[in-house]
Design a protein around this ligand. Structure first.
Ligand SMILES: [Mn+2]
Length: 464
C-alpha cells in the first residue's frame, strides 16, 4: 500500500526481516531487501543518510526501541513509526512511549491517516444519496419555483443558481423568484454583473408551480405557506411546516456551502458565473470568515475559488459604500455612545432597512467595539440590529428576551434583529429619540452583566 501511495513521488525501498516475504514482494515488483532490522549494519548497508525518511512499521513487537536506536546509529534522522494492526488503546500507549523516549520521532497510525479522507468520502456518498432522492422527486415537474426571501442577498441568489445547476434546469423550467425583489446597492450590483434574473411574484402565484423549493429561508417566513417540496437553509431550524425534503445545517456559514457539497457529491460541473456567485455568497455571509464559519465553509471556498472570477467579486464588493450610507455612518459617529465596548445608536428615521445592519457591521470593525446595537424607524416600525464579536453571549437570546412578545425577534449567536411596531415599543419602554439608544445599551449591559454575575457566584470566595 505504501509503495502504491509513495512510489509515484518518492524513491522508496523496503527492508523486511523474513526472506520469504522479501521474495514475495520482489515478485510483486517492489524494491525490497531482507535483513536484521535490529542491527545498525543493516541500515549502513542500505546507505541511509540524514535526509532519508525512514518509516518503521510498528506491529506491536518488543524491539521497537532497538530498531529506532539502530537507525539512529546508522545516521538516520527523519524517523516515523507507523502503527499498523494495533488496537486503539495499545496504540495510544505505544505512541506515548515513543514520544517519551524519542522526542524527535513521530508516531503515526494507519487509522489516523485514513480516517479523515474516508469519512469525507462516506459523508459525500450520503449527501449523494440525498441529492439523488430530491433530484428524482423533482424530475417530472414542468416548472419549479426556487423561492428566495425578500430583498434576496448574495447567498440567496447564488443558492438559487446552484440549486438550478443541481436540478439540471434552465431559467424557464426552474424560476428563481422572490415576493419582494432586489433593491440594495450591493445586491443590485451582483444582479447586474452576473446577469441574474430574480422574478418578483405575488404570493398567490406560488401555487401555480408544480413544485416549490426554497433556499436560504424556511417556509415559516411566508405567511400561509406550510408545505413545500425542498428546503435548503443554514438558519436555525423552524418548526410548524412540512417539507418533503430538507437539508438544514445551522452551523454552516452560508447556504451556498451546503449547495457546494450537493454539487460536489454528484460531480456536477459548475459554471464560472455560478461559482463566482457562490464564492461571493460565502465571503459575504461569513464576512470573509469573520463570523459563523466552519471547516466546511473553508472547504467550499477553496473548491470554488479556482472556478470563479476573482475580478468580478472585487467589483461586487465595492458596491457596499454609497453616499447615503456614509451619511448614516457620520450621524452614528456623532450620536452613538460607547459603554464597556458596546456601541449603540438610534438613527431615527432611516430611508432603507438595509442601512441599519450596515451601520451595525461597520461599527463592529472599530477597535474596542465588541457589541453593536443599531436601531432606527422605517415605515412606523422600530428596527434594531445587534452584532457581536467574541461570543460572550448570544445576540439572538438578547433580542428574544426583550422583544419577542411585542414584535418579531430572532437571530444567531453573532447577529440578531428585532422589528417592533413603534407604538408597542413606546408602550413597553416609554422612551423617545436619543433616549432610545441609551435605553437599548442599558438593556444589553444588564443582559451581559448577568453572565459575569453567574460566573462569579460559581467561583470560590476569595478567588479574585
Ligand atoms: Mn445565508
Amino acid at each position: 500500500m505504501l509503495d502504491e501511495i509513495l512510489a509515484a513521488s518518492i524513491e522508496v525501498e523496503f527492508l523486511v526481516e523474513s526472506r520469504a516475504l522479501a521474495r514475495k514482494l520482489k515478485a510483486a515488483g517492489l524494491p525490497v531487501t531482507a535483513g536484521d532490522v535490529k542491527r545498525t549494519d543493516t541500515y549502513l548497508k542500505a546507505d541511509i543518510s540524514p535526509q532519508t525518511c525512514i518509516i518503521i512499521e510498528d506491529t506491536g513487537r518488543k524491539y521497537l526501541h532497538k530498531m529506532i536506536e539502530s537507525v539512529r546509529d546508522a545516521g538516520g534522522a527523519l524517523i516515523y513509526v507507523l502503527g499498523v494492526g494495533i488496537a486503539n488503546d495499545d496504540r495510544e500507549k505505544r505512541a506515548q512511549d515513543v514520544r517519551d523516549h524519542f522526542s524527535d520521532v513521530s508516531y503515526l497510525s494507519l487509522s489516523e491517516l485514513f480516517e479523515a479522507p474516508l469519512l469525507t468520502e462516506f459523508s459525500r456518498a450520503l449527501t449523494r444519496a440525498r441529492v439523488q432522492q430530491y433530484q428524482r422527486y423533482l424530475a417530472d415537474a414542468d416548472r419549479i419555483l426556487i423561492l428566495l426571501h425578500n430583498e434576496p442577498d448574495p447567498d440567496a441568489m447564488a443558492s438559487g443558481l446552484a440549486l438550478r445547476t443541481v436540478l439540471h434546469r434552465t431559467r424557464q423550467t426552474a424560476v428563481i423568484a422572490a415576493l419582494e425583489g432586489v433593491t440594495r446597492p450591493e445586491n443590485m450590483r451582483m444582479v447586474n454583473l452576473l446577469d441574474i434574473h430574480v422574478e418578483t411574484i405575488a404570493p398567490e402565484s406560488i401555487h401555480e408551480f408544480d413544485r416549490v423549493c426554497m433556499v436560504d429561508v424556511q417556509p415559516h417566513y411566508f405567511p400561509g405557506l406550510d408545505r413545500v417540496d425542498l428546503v435548503i437553509d443554514h438558519h436555525p431550524e423552524q418548526h410548524g411546516y412540512n417539507a418533503v425534503f430538507k437539508d438544514i445545517r445551522e452551523d454552516y456559514g452560508s447556504t451556498c456551502t451546503i449547495l457546494t457539497e450537493h454539487l460536489r457529491a454528484i460531480d456536477a460541473s459548475i459554471s464560472e458565473r455560478t461559482a463566482t456567485a457562490m464564492l461571493y455568497a460565502i465571503k459575504s455571509d461569513t464576512l470573509f470568515f469573520n463570523r459563523q464559519a466552519n471547516r466546511c465553509d473553508i472547504d467550499a471556498f477553496s473548491y470554488l475559488y479556482p472556478l470563479a472570477d476573482a475580478n468580478l467579486i472585487r467589483k461586487m464588493e465595492g458596491a457596499e459604500i454609497t453616499v447615503e450610507r456614509l451619511d448614516l455612518i457620520t450621524k452614528a459617529t456623532r450620536q452613538g455612545r460607547m459603554v464597556e465596548q458596546v456601541f449603540s445608536v438610534f438613527l431615527g428615521d432611516v430611508p432603507r432597512d438595509d442601512a441599519i445592519p450596515y451601520v451595525a457591521d461597520f461599527f463592529l470593525q472599530l477597535e474596542n467595539v465588541r457589541w453593536t446595537l443599531v436601531s432606527g424607524v422605517i415605515n412606523g416600525m422600530f428596527v434594531m440590529s445587534v452584532r457581536n464579536l467574541g461570543y460572550t453571549k448570544n445576540a439572538g437570546d438578547f433580542v428574544r428576551r426583550y422583544f419577542v412578545d411585542i414584535g418579531s425577534a430572532g437571530g444567531h449567536r453573532a447577529m440578531a434583529k428585532a422589528v417592533i411596531a413603534l407604538d408597542a415599543f413606546q408602550a413597553r419602554f416609554g422612551v423617545i429619540d436619543d433616549d432610545i439608544g441609551r435605553k437599548m445599551s442599558e438593556l444589553l449591559l444588564e443582559f451581559l452583566h448577568e453572565a459575569t454575575d453567574e460566573k462569579r457566584k460559581k467561583e470560590p470566595v476569595g478567588s479574585h
